[in-house]
Design a protein around this ligand. Structure first.
Ligand code: FES
Length: 88
């Protein structure tokens, strides 16, 4: 069941939020149209909507608040790792 990702389309909610932020998408229907998320079994949709509305991910029986900067920080970390790999 997709509480942190859309398993059917192999898309994480963090990645989807990042995509929505980068493309100025504030409507779930537009996010679905552009990414194809939530178009399989559909069980992830209420969880994705909740995450986009509150910034909280449900992991097991806990709710974890994910600050906006986590996504950008993650991207920066990957970029730094790639630069390090490119230098070696
Ligand atoms: S888990 Fe997202 S459509 Fe099935």
């Amino acid at each position: 069941m997709g509480t942190t990702r859309c398993d059917c389309k192999n898309l994480s909610f963090l990645g989807l939020r990042s995509y929505a932020q980068r493309h100025g998408i504030s409507d779930i229907q537009e996010l679905i149209r552009q990414t194809g998320c939530c178009t399989g079994c559909g069980t992830c949709r209420p969880h994705l909507e909740e995450f986009l509305r509150t910034g909280k991910l449900k992991v097991g029986d806990q709710s974890i608040q994910i600050p906006d900067w986590d996504v950008r920080d993650l991207s920066l970390s990957r970029l730094r790792m790639k630069r390090r790999q490119d230098r070696n």
